[in-house]
Design a protein around this ligand. Structure first.
Ligand code: ADP
Ligand code: ASP
Ligand code: MG
Length: 439
């Protein structure tokens, strides 16, 4: 059994939904995970924003506009009046449900329910489309099996048990359709796996069922060696180790949600990145195999803040780093990069919610300097320390750009470099030129 996940763009119009339907009915009894149609989750976030601000008129305007868009999709997608009417009714009930939230108190809980509607609608539409085409398609309700625990982490035992029970209810199905992104939390309330989290759903289902492969279908032919939104010339990377993929995803390669790597890696299930617009392109395969002696790709993550603590008294006396890290831990702020010297330590963080308190507390231990608007550039590949020359090429590529931190040796798979956000594009272009002879 394979798990096939299609992102928002892949199901973004009636035409795209038809294309996806062709791809998923390959004769195998697969599980298909769908995102909301593109733009929907953003619209639902905007609706929620109006409701938080107690502006039901603003919310209603977007709700009406979105509902009209869906009505048009329905007209275009289905052949028969019977199905058109059936699905229009489904659409109406979801939008009426969203509208019911414009009348009452609106909190985080209500927002989660509103955000869940996008995936509930897209999967219902696909399920009915397949049924209209004569396929025995069954909807697996994610809210019945996808669950997080008290630490907001997925609960693999619950997921496996409930998912299997759902599958057993429908032994005759040709294909199963389910919602990405949405789940219930430990208290049974509707929740989600964070924006972009449908990739995580696919990976969790794959691990729960020991699938033969997890396929992430999107709008590009696999992981490219640099960010195609920023650099003109990029090329697909055909093979990645899970850890290379994890580094790239975490440090900005949007094609893959960072959380998605871990369940697949531990279950040793290959993840294939494929292109809905070009289904025969080979895409990228992510597995536990390393391609020796190769730099694979570069990614960048913005909105990073660097904090330097220069120890005043004790130099790097033992216990200094512990005290520094405890401060970050007490404000639930995780550290991305770290560089030490005899007299101080620099770290980078992306969550600045408690920056002022952190800086105040750090001042007990030394002189603190903060650099905002920084960007981590991540170079991923076979960066085993015994290989020679790769780190030199990276530094050489960045020779004209001021570098605030360099982190190498933390894993066998990456080097991270901290530069100013304003230098991001130049840095990515320079790395493409030097590492891949591109640009
Ligand atoms: P989906 O809606 O299918 O989940 P996403 O928008 O989340 O799709 O991810 C696909 C996008 O990721 C691509 O359109 C591309 O612009 C972007 N992207 C960023 N970095 C990379 C990269 N290194 N390789 C491929 N795509 C990338
Ligand atoms: N629809 C959700 C989002 O836009 C989840 C996903 O697409 O992965 O973030
Ligand atoms: Mg995505």
């Amino acid at each position: 059994m394979k798990i096939l996940k299609f992102g928002g763009t892949s199901v973004g119009s009636a035409q795209r939904m038809r294309e996806v339907a062709k791809l998923i009915t390959d004769g195998e009894k697969n599980i298909v995970v769908l995102s909301a149609m593109s733009g929907t989750t953003n619209a639902l976030v905007e609706i929620s924003d109006y409701l938080y601000k107690k502006n039901p008129e603003g919310a209603n305007e977007i709700i009406n506009r979105l509902e009209n868009t869906y009505r048009k999709h329905v007209e275009e997608l289905y052949e028969t009046t019977e199905y058109k009417q059936k699905v229009l009714e489904v659409i109406r009930s979801h939008f009426d449900y969203i509208r019911s939230y414009t009348k009452d108190l609106f909190t985080l809980f209500e927002e989660k329910v509103v955000l869940a509607q996008g995936e509930l609608i897209s999967t219902a539409m696909m399920n009915y489309y397949l049924q209209e085409s004569g396929v025995k398609s069954v909807l697996l309700p994610a809210l019945e099996f996808m669950r997080t625990d008290k630490n907001a982490e997925p609960d693999p035992v619950y997921i496996k048990e409930k998912l299997q029970a759902q599958l057993e209810l429908h032994p005759d199905a040709d294909i199963y359709i389910t919602q990405g992104f949405i789940c219930r939390n430990a208290y049974g309330e509707i929740d989600n796996l964070q924006r972009g989290g449908s990739d995580y759903t696919a990976s969790l289902i794959g691990a729960a069922l020991n699938a033969s492969e997890i396929q992430i279908w999107t709008d590009i032919d696999g992981m490219h060696n640099n960010d195609p939104r920023i650099v003109d010339k990029t090329s697909p990377v055909r093979q990645l180790h899970f850890e290379e993929a994890a580094e790239l995803a975490y440090f900005g390669a949007k094609i893959l949600h960072p959380t998605c790597v871990q369940p697949a890696k531990y279950a040793n299930i290959p993840v294939r990145l494929l292109n809905t617009m070009d289904p025969t392109a080979p895409g990228t395969i992510i597995s536990n195999e390393t391609e020796k002696g190769k730099i694979k790709a570069v990614a960048a993550k913005e909105n990073i803040t660097a904090i330097k603590i220069k120890s005043s008294r004790m130099l790097l006396a033992h216990g200094f780093l512990r005290k520094v890290f405890e401060i970050f831990e007490s404000y639930q702020t995780s550290i991305d990069m770290i560089c030490t010297s005899e007299v101080g330590v620099s770290v980078s963080v992306d969550n600045t919610k408690h920056l002022n308190e952190i800086v105040d507390d750090l001042k007990k231990y030394g002189t603190v300097t903060v650099d905002k608007d920084m960007c981590i550039i991540c170079v991923a590949g076979d960066l085993d320390w015994e290989n020679i020359g790769f780190e030199a090429s990276v530094v050489e590529a960045l020779k004209d750009i001021p570098v605030r931190m360099i982190s190498y040796g933390g894993s066998n798979y990456n080097i991270s470099i901290l530069v100013r956000e304003q230098d991001k594009k130049l840095a990515l272009q320079a790395l493409s030129r030097v590492l891949f002879n591109e640009n």
